[in-house]
Design a protein around this ligand. Structure first.
Ligand code: ZN
Length: 606
């Protein structure tokens, strides 16, 4: 009972956090609007969901219904309305109502005041990803924000959702709670935010179950896969319980993993009480595959705190009509990535050596990306909508991922907080403070300044210079000093002494094409273009060996290339330059001081 009332409290706080204020038009009326969705897929092989919305008690003479343009967690305008067709509006008695489409994602339905009316439409769903929707003869999957519309002035209105699975399909897996009347496949959503944030898997999926921290967890497994289910559930439980220890409390009464086992996988999207994961169906069979899967589980599960509840102000209440801008995806995504590895290390899935090896590689990945000198983590976050999610051939030269940079910012802050507090505090304490202060007490997100203040409160000192120069600026992060606090040596050396052209190639269509040209490299300086087709290397047709020599030759060597550009041949001579890439290693110091041992113990455990 304690858990239940605690959860009700959390749910109401969340509602406050996501609500904002109802518009005057909705407040002014005495009638309580009602909303009921029906979702059907009578011919799943044709890839359509059919949606009916029954609206009652809407006060004005017209109601605008909207389809979101994006899905929270995936920062790209995807224009879900592009898949809508057959929009209709009718009275409860079945008479056609006039409607008008007033912009790309809004339909204005004219109706008598307070009347009951209904809207119906089809959604073409043939994109199986965690951010979109899909239905075929085998199963249906939907991301709420790409299928369900909402009444523009009543986003916080609760609704009933009735699902009619296709013939022969027996299961619906969703974090939405069953409706009070217990009717089959009937759910309630406390608000549109909850509906949009509760994906559904519909079909005959296998459902695994486990309890973590006293809370029931379901794992809906779509698709063929090879794994020992009991072992898989036990490993997931271990990761969930370790993730829970970071904050020491959670807002859950249930949680649902939807797992799509596909030919290729490797992504996930977080939701309020659930997540969707895409996994390669053979991943569970290898040690590396299993660790990568558990890393994905840890990442998405940690999101139930970080970003779903501990969030920048811009990320809720969501504006589904447009981009929602924040400078802090390096917190929301980068630090989630940091904790994914921390959680695996704490749970014993990764050894300390493996953890430090991954960290050294992560440092190399960021430091060797030319864009790291151009774009800050804050800019990367803000421009996710037009850059990270829309990379072009020059992205490597001009962008840095807020995932990988944020992961390293997390590392630096964690070590510096432990150092500043003589091993008494670490980054977990910052997350605990943010959860209590902004999610539980204030019911809102935090500003950039409030995040930095929270770090300062925990550490007992400010890191303004660091934030300004290395988070909001592009100054290189001093990892060597930070790792030194924990008695670890960071060493670096050139990755290779070979020369390189400084370009990448692909050979997918039988043509050897230039796919990127790295800033300040030999190819960059000489004017090799992306999309140039390499016809001849030193007078001969390209072979596996000569292509390798372009990337791994001798410094100062001149290579003669004939390329085809815009249909015409062109000769280029390119002198190879040294490969600028650095390889990093992290090793324990031989005789760490007691102070260093304390920081290390706080950071990576005893
Ligand atoms: Zn994430």
């Amino acid at each position: 009972m304690f858990r239940k009332s605690h959860l009700l409290l959390s749910a109401s706080l969340l509602a406050t956090a996501l609500t904002g204020h109802l518009p005057a038009r909705a407040r002014a009326t005495a009638a309580v609007p009602t909303l009921r969705y029906s979702l059907a897929m009578p011919a799943p092989q044709t890839h359509y969901f059919e949606v009916k919305m029954e609206l009652g008690g809407f006060p004005a003479e017209y109601t605008d219904v909207k389809m979101p343009v994006w899905a929270p967690g995936s920062y790209l305008v995807r224009e879900y309305a592009k898949n809508v067709e057959g929009f209709q509006a009718r009275t409860a008695g079945g008479q056609a109502l006039a409607f008008e489409k007033i912009n790309k994602n809004t339909w204005r339905v004219k109706h008598p005041k307070q009347a009951n009316f209904q809207v119906s439409y089809r959604v073409y769903a043939f994109e199986l990803s965690v951010r979109t929707s899909f239905v075929d003869a085998d199963h249906g999957y939907l991301n709420g924000s790409s299928v369900f519309m909402y009444p523009a002035d009543n986003k916080m209105l609760g609704s009933t959702v009735v699902v009619q699975p296709a013939a022969g399909w027996a299961k619906v897996s969703t974090a939405l709670r069953p409706a009070a009347d217990g009717a089959k496949f009937t759910y309630k959503a406390a608000s549109y935010d909850e509906l949009a944030d509760s994906p559904m898997e519909i079909g005959n999926q296998k459902v695994l179950e486990f309890t973590a921290n006293g809370t029931p967890h379901q794992v809906a497994m779509y698709g063929t896969y090879q794994a020992d289910d009991a072992k898989l559930a036990a490993e997931m439980k271990k990761v969930c319980e370790e993730a829970h220890r970071v904050l020491g409390q959670n807002p859950l009464d249930h949680y649902v993993f939807i797992v799509h086992n596909l030919e290729r996988g490797g992504g996930g999207l977080e939701h309020l009480y659930s997540t969707t994961l895409e996994v390669g169906r053979t991943a569970y069979g290898t040690d590396a595959g299993m660790k990568s899967f558990l890393g994905l589980v840890a990442h998405e599960y940690f999101h139930l705190w970080n970003v779903k509840r501990i969030r920048p102000v811009a990320l809720g209440p969501f504006n589904y009509d447009q981009e929602n801008y924040t400078h802090m995806l390096w917190v929301s995504e980068g630090m989630t990535e940091y904790y994914s590895k921390q959680i695996l290390q704490r749970a014993g899935v990764l050894s300390r050596e493996e953890y430090l090896g991954k960290l050294a590689n992560a440092i190399g990945e960021v430091e060797n990306t030319p864009g790291n000198k151009v774009q800050s983590a804050a800019e990367s976050s803000f421009d996710a909508w037009i850059k990270y999610y829309r990379p072009n051939e020059n992205a490597i030269n001009t962008q840095i991922s807020y995932y990988s940079k944020g992961d390293l910012i997390g590392t630096w802050l964690d070590l510096n907080i432990a150092q500043a507090t003589q091993g008494q505090k670490h980054l977990d304490d910052v997350f605990r403070l943010l959860y209590d202060t902004y999610y539980k007490k204030a019911g809102r997100g935090f500003t950039d300044q409030e995040y930095q203040d929270a770090v300062a409160t925990v550490a007992g000192r400010r890191f303004d210079d660091f934030f300004q120069s290395s988070v909001y600026g592009t100054k290189p992060i001093d990892f060597a000093t930070a790792l030194g606090y924990a008695g670890l040596n960071l060493t670096s050396a050139p990755l290779t002494t070979s020369g390189t052209l400084g370009a990448t190639f692909s050979n997918r269509t039988g043509k050897l094409l230039v796919t990127s040209v790295l800033r300040d490299g030999a190819a960059w300086n000489t004017g090799l273009n992306v999309n140039d087709e390499i016809l001849l290397i030193n007078g001969a047709a390209p072979s596996e060996e000569t292509v390798k020599s372009l990337l791994n030759g001798s410094v100062g060597n001149e290579v003669a290339l004939q390329v085809r550009r815009d249909g015409l041949p062109r000769d280029l001579k390119i002198k190879m330059l040294a490969n600028p890439d650095i390889k990093f290693q992290i090793q324990p110091m031989p005789n760490p001081t007691a102070a260093q041992q304390k920081v290390l113990a706080k950071w990576l455990g005893k």
